[in-house]
Design a protein around this ligand. Structure first.
Ligand SMILES: [Zn+2]
Length: 228
């Protein structure tokens, strides 16, 4: 299906179903425990996807969930010992080895290893909105690859700074993290503004094989070998 055919009129039922009560206010509070109902995935020709419990045909939705049936178990902006200021993404509860699907069409701008994010895939939509998938156990895409919504980008895991397996999803605009809950559940596909504290998470990405390095106290992308 081409992007042209992805009419907004065609999306709705599922995501709205689960977050029918998720008004703007609910995005700031009370999202914990919300279960993301199944969206859809298309087989991408990479290995055996027969165990995936996704629908065969992706619905025409501006954004889909990265995993079927996963609960949100840590919100954007949460404070705690794991984060230098606050949580820069949204966590989904998931065991090791679960296929993670591209939530939008886009290009794989990088795959890298970061001490906090672990194995992380950076997916960039045509409008330069970035979606990062962190703590993966394995990466199933390569930089430069075009993926369609629903393609599997990797398997969930517990690499990086984690207490256990889960999926960290980050949505970035102008290199800054925004609240993924708005992107997924508010007006799906439309990112929110970055809070002021997010400036501390600014990254200067480059395309291609990349990783992160600390440069004068800030983590920056750096050319490196692809993750095997
Ligand atoms: Zn996280």
């Amino acid at each position: 299906m081409t992007p042209v055919n992805r009419s907004r009129a065609g999306f709705a039922p599922r995501l709205f179903l689960i977050v029918g009560a998720a008004s703007a206010g609910a995005l700031a509070a009370g999202l914990l425990g919300v279960t993301v109902t199944n969206v859809a995935a298309s087989a991408n020709g990479r290995g055996d996807l027969s165990t995936m419990q996704f629908e065969a045909t992706p619905p025409s939705m501006p954004v889909i969930a990265p995993i079927a049936g996963a609960a949100v178990n840590e919100q954007f902006g949460a404070k705690g010992p794991y984060w230098k200021i606050a949580h820069s993404g949204l966590d989904f509860a998931v065991a090791d080895g679960v296929p993670i699907q591209a939530v939008v069409d886009g290009r794989i701008a990088s795959v890298s290893y970061h001490r906090a994010y672990g194995k992380v895939v950076r997916l960039v939509r045509a409008d330069n909105v970035e979606v990062w998938f962190g703590h993966l156990s394995s990466v199933l895409v390569i930089p430069g690859q075009q993926v369609k919504q629903g393609d599997v980008v990797g398997l969930s895991g517990s690499t990086g700074n984690v207490s256990g397996p889960h999926l960290h999803v980050e949505v970035r605009v102008n290199k800054l993290p925004t609240n993924p809950a708005a992107f997924f559940f508010g007006t799906p596909g439309v990112p929110s503004a970055s809070p002021r504290w997010a400036k501390a998470y600014w990254e200067d990405p480059i395309d291609g094989y990349s990783t992160f390095k600390a440069v004068k106290g800030e983590l920056k992308y750096w050319p490196a070998q692809p993750i095997k």
